[in-house]
Write a protein that binds this ligand. Structure first.
Ligand code: ATP
Ligand code: MG
Length: 414
């Protein structure tokens, strides 16, 4: 929170690289000229105040969407009118997107869809947002406007709904998951009691959310350092059971997060999800569907929870090399961290983890054409033979060179 100077009323956000970047200045200048007004809002202001990296920039303005578009056109700034119905125009400068949303109130909300009414009142716009920490605005120069005490809440680690928690959840149930996501990232100490109570009361409704929205929130939550206490809270409030009943192994998640810290591994949400899961193959399929994981994500998660690829701290270095050969260094390290989260043996983990990090798996020295050159017709037999030699080569600790593999091949063909 060093970024705030307390010289002005709500304070000032010290200039940030993303605020002074030429692309940002260009968009802000277009909106601010000729009596226009625009302020940064939401995640970018919150994250900057919390000294976290800012990933995307949201801008709020009392200008009507048509006026925003006219100004962008006038300044030759490309834009996409996605979300225009809700007053959002995305400006794009040098490939960087800026979401510009006209101040609004949500007249009627039903999930992610809202019937909106535009306004020129900043506080009205703030009151339709979810949590106080997400209602902080900053001008292009960094003057802060904080109508609901979001800065103090951010400082105190309090995630608090704007207005009545139960009412806000019933407008959009996703806010339950967002409550725990923001608690995982910014919360300190006890969570806000009114928020927890309202989330618990409405827990059942989480099952109505779309897979995409659930996935996004779950993966963002699991990226947080404090994900374990947030997830535990979510289990205790009876929420997890309504969308991911398999994901309850809190102890394993806690141990995994500690191991990641010890080994200086960046957080990897899917690995954390794998730690939480206690699943049969059909349970795993349910998780993949429930979160609508991409093929790539589904494959990574399956590898990390499947009994066939499970690592154990009972393994020796040779087993670890096999793991690296089959899955690559990164996945082998993940499998060992997960084993470490299940079995407590720090010395064994340290030894095996370093073995997984340092082994450069060699390429198998033979190819199909080597078999064909020996006179075998192409067909399934070629692959079978090659696989057999490869298994032998792996069993010999990857030591036999090409000549030795060819000799073995020759011998095996009689
Ligand atoms: P991040 O970008 O890190 O996910 P964010 O807070 O910027 O976090 P966005 O989804 O980009 O989240 O939304 C921008 C802002 O819009 C939020 O800060 C909040 O003020 C408001 N907002 C987003 N989703 C909701 C919602 N479901 N209900 C109410 N307000 C919301
Ligand atoms: Mg954002």
């Amino acid at each position: 929170m060093d970024a705030v100077e307390s010289s002005s009323f709500s304070g000032k956000l010290q200039p940030q690289a993303w605020m002074t970047a030429p692309e940002t200045r260009k968009v802000m200048a277009a909106l601010n000229e000729d009596g226009g007004e625009a302020r940064f809002v939401g995640g970018c202001v919150r994250d900057a105040l919390a000294n976290r990296p800012v990933l995307d920039i949201d801008i709020a303005t009392p200008l009507a969407p048509e006026d925003v578009i006219a100004r962008l056109k006038q300044h030759k700034i490309a834009y996409a009118p996605i979300g225009l119905k809700h007053g959002t125009v995305t400006a794009i400068v040098d490939g960087k997107p800026f979401e510009i949303t006209t101040l609004r109130l949500d007249v009627l909300t039903f999930g992610r869809h809202a019937e909106v009414k535009f306004t020129d009142d900043w506080k009205t716009d703030a009151s339709r947002r979810d949590f106080t920490i997400n209602t902080i605005y900053a001008t292009a120069d960094g003057d802060l406007y904080d109508p609901f005490g979001g800065i103090a809440d951010l400082r105190g680690g309090v995630v608090r709904f704007v207005g009545d928690a139960d009412k806000r959840i019933n407008e959009d149930v996703l806010r339950i998951l967002r409550f725990f996501r923001f608690y995982a990232h910014f919360g300190r100490g006890m969570p806000d009691a009114a928020g927890v109570k309202a989330c618990a009361m409405n827990a059942k409704q989480v099952s109505k959310l779309s897979a995409e929205r659930i996935r996004q929130e779950v993966l963002k939550l699991l990226a947080a350092e404090n994900c374990t206490s947030a997830w535990l809270l979510m289990v205790n409030c009876g929420i997890v059971t309504h969308f991911l009943p398999e994901a309850t192994n809190i102890e394993a998640l806690g141990r995994l997060v500690n191991l990641e810290k010890r080994y200086e591994c960046p957080p990897f949400p899917l690995r954390r999800l794998a730690a939480l899961l206690e699943v049969t193959p059909s349970g795993l399929q349910h998780v993949i569907t429930e979160l609508k994981l991409s093929n790539d994500q589904a494959e990574q998660l399956s590898t990390m929870v499947s009994p066939d690829s499970k690592a154990s701290l009972q393994m020796d270095e040779r087993d670890v090399k096999k793991l690296v050969y089959k899955f690559g260094n990164g996945t082998a390290q993940s499998l060992l961290l997960l084993a470490g989260a299940r079995e407590y043996d720090p010395d064994a983990l340290k030894r095996l983890y370093h073995a997984a990090a340092s082994f450069h798996a060699p390429a198998f020295p033979l190819r199909g054409e080597d078999v064909l050159k020996m006179g075998l017709e192409s067909g399934p037999e070629v692959g079978r033979l090659l696989g057999w030699i490869e298994t032998w080569w792996i069993g010999e600790d990857f030591r036999p060179d090409r000549a030795a593999c060819l000799a073995k091949l020759k011998a095996s063909m009689g």
